[in-house]
Design a protein around this ligand. Structure first.
Ligand SMILES: [Zn+2]
Length: 182
């Protein structure tokens, strides 16, 4: 890897920041509702509940990968995930969201950028993500060609209030830093 430090210029700074956000409504899994099995950052999250819930979505409903995809696209000022992968497109039905992320990374690289680090936050009332955090970071890091210590994940609840706290929604935020590839 080239270790040269990019030359800083206020006219064309060699860094970019991006933020992504996503929310999915949570519903009982089929046949009780239209929820799909809960997947966070490409990792299936099991639930002890006798009434498991999951995201209502056209794709697999992976809010974390959707937020991360949008953060990368946003940093490069490219069209967002909804524009690149429309809900109405049958090709995206039940789609593996890793495909969306891979395309965003491809477009980012084609535009001359590489990732420095990503910082992710998931808001979910239950189940707790703490025991899945390492697995999620280890799943995402190779998709970004980053070491795990540059892919951070924080899990929070909704404190039993609002859509997240009442287990009616999952939310995710992603912040990414890009550095110009030499
Ligand atoms: Zn989404």
């Amino acid at each position: 890897m080239n270790q040269t430090i990019p030359v800083f210029s206020f006219d064309d700074p060699p860094i970019r920041i991006g933020h992504g956000y996503d929310l999915h409504r949570l519903e009982p899994l089929a046949p009780l509702g239209s929820g799909k099995p809960l997947v966070v950052g490409g990792v299936g999250v099991p639930q002890d509940s006798d009434r498991p819930i999951g995201p209502a979505a056209h794709s697999d409903g992976d809010a974390l990968l959707h937020a991360l995809t949008d953060a990368i696209l946003g940093a490069v000022a490219l069209p967002d995930i909804g524009q690149l992968f429309p809900d109405g497109d049958p090709a995206n039905k039940n789609g593996d969201s890793a495909r969306f992320l891979a395309e965003a990374v491809r477009l980012m690289r084609a535009a001359g950028w590489r990732l420095a680090n990503v910082d992710l936050t998931v808001l979910l009332q239950a189940p707790k993500l703490s025991q899945h955090k390492i697995a999620i970071r280890e799943r995402i890091a190779p998709m970004l060609d980053l070491p795990v210590d540059r892919v951070n994940l924080k899990g929070k609840t909704g404190e039993h209030i609002g859509p997240v706290g009442e287990a009616r929604a999952i939310e995710a935020h992603a912040v990414v830093l890009l550095v110009r590839a030499q």
